[in-house]
Design a protein around this ligand. Structure first.
Ligand code: GRF
Length: 208
């Protein structure tokens, strides 16, 4: 059974999708054992507590040097014996130490079809604002491994979502979450826990 640690900063709807998937048996061979938040007020912490999952808070602002924060987060994750780390709306950039300590063991969910609308500055509602500005007819979500290149790691699963007339960034964000993020993130986590993801260079092969 793999030990899953989920990193959050906000509402935690992706965390909820993971908790529900674990409960319904969709996530095979994995268990969420801890939720770590960058924000003490994150509602995601309530979701964890309501489901009997232990919580921790680690804030970038409590460290003057980024490298000290990076080290502390790495140590915390090691102390929790993480097999898999999931970034589910985690708004703090990860440092080199944590990324190298958990190579190909950190999964992020990004609310667009990478390589579109990704990289530095593309987070939260901004992603959907940019997609609407460009006028794309399809957007979606991507579950991928985290490397030092922002949103540049091996892609695990993608799902497309239609853009509709009259969409606002908020409406599009909701549709992308409902139709893509909440489905592909638990699926990617389950594939990882079942050892069904083979990383080949900067790509993946899913073993079926
Ligand atoms: C999601 O859109 C996710 O893709 C992005 O931040 C949002 C988090 O939402 N990185 P939630 O906290 O899971 O509700």
């Amino acid at each position: 059974m793999k030990n899953i640690i989920v990193l959050v900063s906000g509402g935690g709807t992706n965390l909820q999708a993971l908790i529900d998937a674990e409960k319904s048996g969709l996530i095979k061979n994995g268990k969420i054992t801890c939720v770590i938040s960058s924000n003490i007020k994150a509602y995601a912490l309530e979701r964890a507590k309501n489901n009997g999952i232990s919580t921790e808070v680690i804030r970038r602002g409590d460290f003057s040097e980024f490298s000290d924060y990076d080290k502390a987060l790495t140590e915390l994750l090691k102390s929790k014996k993480a097999d898999l780390i999931v970034l589910a709306g985690f708004m703090t950039i990860l440092g080199k130490e944590v990324i190298s300590a958990f190579k190909n063991r950190i999964i992020n969910i990004h609310p667009a079809l990478i390589p579109s609308f990704c990289g530095e500055g593309f987070y939260g509602l901004k992603v959907h604002e940019k997609a609407l500005e460009k006028g794309v007819k399809l957007t979606g979500a991507t579950a991928h491994f985290v490397t030092e290149v922002c949103d540049g790691g091996p892609i695990i699963i993608q799902k497309a979502v239609e853009v509709k007339n009259g969409d606002t960034p908020e409406i599009l964000q909701k549709r992308v979450m409902e139709q893509a993020e909440w489905k592909i993130l638990p699926k990617a986590v389950s594939l990882f826990c079942e050892d069904k993801i083979k990383v080949v260079g900067n790509t993946t092969e899913i073993i079926d």
